[in-house]
Design a protein around this ligand. Structure first.
Ligand code: UD1
Ligand code: CA
Length: 485
């Protein structure tokens, strides 16, 4: 009775799935849908971390998200992530909707893990199994693996390693794959095999549904090994074919922080190579970090130790000095960002000069040829064409017109402790050094503010505003002398 009910429900799910798939097939001309199962339930003890392993980041993005993105890149119809250790945290941190989560409460092995996701996998699909802690597997590698799999062929990603220690070994007879034997279950001959299982494979869902219930935990680790399906496939007279990745690093997993760092460097090296191919000169390709996406023009020069975060767009002929951190910002053609500048959510127009030691905070918008010099902080500041804020200033909640000059040490006093207020500075205005502009306040076009002023009322166009103590010079001033005790 129960079984029948369950079957009916399953059938309904299948029907819904088939319908959607037909639509998909129709629009995209795809013949077989691929569903990806990402295994991410393991604890990752060797990370020695409170954070679940798959949330540790490569290039600022959790490892599991790299894998999810790779799955999206092959147009997977569904992405299932099997979580266990820290499941809630993984679910809440992963910045990706349209994930089907499966919970594996106890980590009883990779076969058991895959089984947890199968209830929601369409029977007609090809299933691609990947690991959440193998973050750099290339889209092309996955696509090739999936393309080779069908109802009668299982495709397996393998690599040849000088040191196969720890991996499942690929056992072949007369050249054909027969089985995978885990390190702990292998005999001496098998341990000598250098072709190893990466864990990544593509296979029909229908076959998986047939084989997974037959797995047993009768092995050295007492686990349900996914790898045992290889021998089952061979017994069912399916073809089992091996694919290799272009670069073995792609299939390296992360078990500890040292391996995490190795993969980070590999990834950054790839980013650097790509940038150079796109026309960027890097002072040292080993000393740049890209934690997001860069959209670059040609003839850009980037000095050492720069970090780029989020979406960064850089136009032609831009030069970036050493030690800059640039986050979610755009830099127009011909601009120069000098050493040690930090930009966040900022827009720099063409032919601007920024830094050294400038800090452009969110909402900074520099028009063409604007200059922001050393130890200047800007926030929600629109700086007009050719205007200069060259030294030691804070410009926040401000709009500065065209061709204005803001002297050293000028502060926009934008905050009364509760609310923020705006400062407006007109075209051609000149703000003398060490002035405080107490907002809300407007300094008009071509107006001048005398150095050292505390401006609390508007200065109209063409006026001079002076707001400081008047100087007195006292003649015959006697300098103090030392008391004689
Ligand atoms: C597995 C393979 C081995 C292969 C190696 C490659 C099996 C039995 N062995 O071994 O042939 O050479 O990967 O790295 O498949 N996981 C779960 N739930 C579990 C167990 C594992 O989600 O119950 C996840 C882990 O989080 C990890 C992945 O599956 O992402 C692999 O698990 P791991 O324990 O590292 O497998 P290995 O023993 O290294
Ligand atoms: Ca492993």
């Amino acid at each position: 009775m129960d079984n029948i009910a369950l079957l009916l429900v399953k059938e309904e799910i299948a029907v819904v799935g088939v319908n959607t798939r037909h639509l998909f097939t129709h629009t995209k001309g795809k013949i077989v849908a691929t569903e990806v199962i990402i295994l991410a339930a393991g604890r990752g003890t060797r990370m020695r971390s409170k954070l679940p392993k798959v949330l540790h980041a490569i290039a600022g993005k959790p490892m599991v998200e790299h894998v999810i993105d790779a799955a999206k890149n092959i147009n997977a119809e569904a992405i299932h992530v099997v979580v266990g250790h820290g499941a809630d945290l993984v679910r809440s941190r992963v910045n990706s909707s349209d994930i089907q989560w499966a919970l594996q409460e106890q980590q009883l092995g990779t076969g058991h893990a895959v089984a947890q996701a199968m209830a929601r996998v369409n029977e007609d699909a090809i299933v691609l199994v990947v690991y959440g802690d193998v973050p750099l597997v290339a889209t092309e590698t996955l696509a090739a693996l999936v393309a080779a799999a069908n109802q009668t062929t299982l495709s397996l990603l393998t690599v040849l390693l000088d040191d196969p220690q720890g991996y499942g070994r690929i056992v072949r007879r007369d050249g054909s794959i027969e089985a995978i034997v885990e390190q702990k279950d292998a005999n001496e001959d098998q341990l000598a095999i250098c072709e190893v299982n990466t864990g990544i494979l593509a296979v029909s869902a229908a076959k998986l549904n047939q084989w997974l219930p037959q797995l047993s935990a009768n092995n050295a680790q007492g686990e349900y090994y996914l790898t045992d399906i290889i021998a089952m496939a061979v017994a069912d007279e399916m073809a089992v074919i091996a694919h290799h990745p272009n670069n073995a690093v792609e299939v390296e997993g992360v078990n500890n922080r040292s391996q995490l760092a190795t993969l980070e460097r590999f990834y950054q090296c790839q980013q650097a190579s790509q940038l150079m191919l796109e026309g960027v000169t890097l002072a040292d390709p080993a000393r740049i970090d890209v934690r997001g996406r860069m959209d670059v023009g040609e003839d850009i020069v980037i000095d050492v130790n720069c970090v780029f975060i989020g979406d960064v767009t850089i136009g032609d002929d831009v030069s970036i000095g050493p030690n800059c951190v640039i986050e979610n910002s755009s830099i127009g053609s011909g601009s120069v960002i000098k050493a040690n500048s930090v930009l966040e959510d900022a827009r720099v127009g063409i032919m601007c000069e920024v830094g050294p030691f400038a800090r452009l905070r969110p909402g900074t918008d520099l028009a063409a040829k604007a200059k922001i010099g050393n130890f200047v902080e800007t926030k929600k500041a629109k700086i007009g064409e050719g205007s200069k804020v060259n030294h030691l200033s804070y410009i926040g909640d401000a709009t500065i017109g065209i061709g204005a000059n803001v002297g050293a040490g000028t502060i926009t006093c934008n905050y009364d402790g509760v609310n923020k207020f705006a400062t407006n500075i007109g075209d051609g205005a000149f703000i003398g050094s060490n002035s405080s502009l107490v907002a809300p306040v407007t300094v008009g076009k071509n107006a001048t503010v005398a150095a050292g002023s505390t401006i609390t009322a508007d200065v109209d166009d063409d006026q001079l505003g002076v707001a400081r103590g008047k100087q007195r010079n006292i003649s015959g001033w006697k300098k103090p002398t030392k008391n004689k005790a």
